[in-house]
Design a protein. Sequence first.
Length: 134
Amino acid sequence: MAHDHQGPARYNRAFAIGVALNAGYIAVEAGFGFVIGSLALLADAGHNLSDVLGLLLAWGGSYLSQRRPTRRFTYGWRKSSILAALMNAILLLVAMGGIAGEAIRRFNTPSPVAGATIIIVSAIGVVINTATAL
């Protein structure tokens, strides 16, 4: 029974596609969020930005963890993937803080939003996230 493990080149391609798709979507989502004044779209754009940065950190951590041990780093760089996960958690906390601050500010000055635009942009996000996951 053979196990077919894909090589690093395939993972690099998957990371690159995931980052490109999500970065493009962030620009669209943030643009519409600013234009229509939607905190929901801006918050999700911030969350997606942290996801893209998390993907980049994971990609870098994966690359570094495969480096050979040296005289100085006798176990190699294997712990870099753990540090990448820590940095990702910190990024999520920062994004959450920004979203919470803006949400609290908007309690004092609520404004109507374009629901149809939010639904369409969010549906595009579902398609992009599904493509990235696949």
